[in-house]
Write a protein that binds this ligand. Sequence first.
Ligand SMILES: [Zn+2]
Length: 263
Amino acid sequence: MAIPILAYHNISNKFEPGVTRNTIHQFKNQMEWLFRNGYQTITLNDYHAFESKTVSKSSKKTIIITFDDAYESLANAAAIMQEFGFIGCTFAISDYVGRSNLWDYQLLNRKIQHADYKLLKQLLLSGWEVGSHTKTHAFLPFLSDNEIIREIKTSKETLENHLNVSIKSISYPYGKCNAKIRKIAKDMGFQTGVSLGMKKTSQHDLMNLHRVGIYLFDIKPIFQKKISSAHFNPKRIYSIQRCVSSFSFGSVFYRLLKQRIIN
Ligand SMILES: [Zn+2]
């Protein structure tokens, strides 16, 4: 039975255009459902240890809960998860720690604040894992080798210097990577990499772990269906995820346009 890896973004009641947000109430209901159904959470570091057989697997139902972009709303998520004894993994964009999301387009001028180092350190203290989401949230498949190395290496070093922990997991911005990016990340010491909306292959690759995105439209039955599909019918859920993730290309396009204008 596969271990589902969930991908959340912003847990907040503040309106924002788009669906990569969950309300606090919705998130709490989802965590409560996982708790009542006997789930335990682990980090990607734990997962790597299971996979490399340095630690034996628990018999309990296991799930990994990740948060891309490391927004300051993680404080909401962490407080709820703590009620149920859960921990998570978040991925920080090293140039934007403690700043607003100027890397993204702000529809209706809605800016979202990223977590600062104080909050990231608190999360680490409560058992969470902090990973890298690169330096500037660049779309890696379009970059040269040197640019990819710079995005990944600088982010890892900056986060390690500020947090005083080894950063071993990476979430590829916009969920996308390729074999070259995975090799660069692995060579730099990353043990696990998570993607979103990539084509699922039969080959198991710790540097390309597929995730299930959880969005605003995921009402209770859909959330439950996603979890059970991730366990028992991963092929189906990941092909649906590919369709949903294709909407993030608006953000990628904006990003490329901005780079063109600046350069
Ligand atoms: Zn992101």
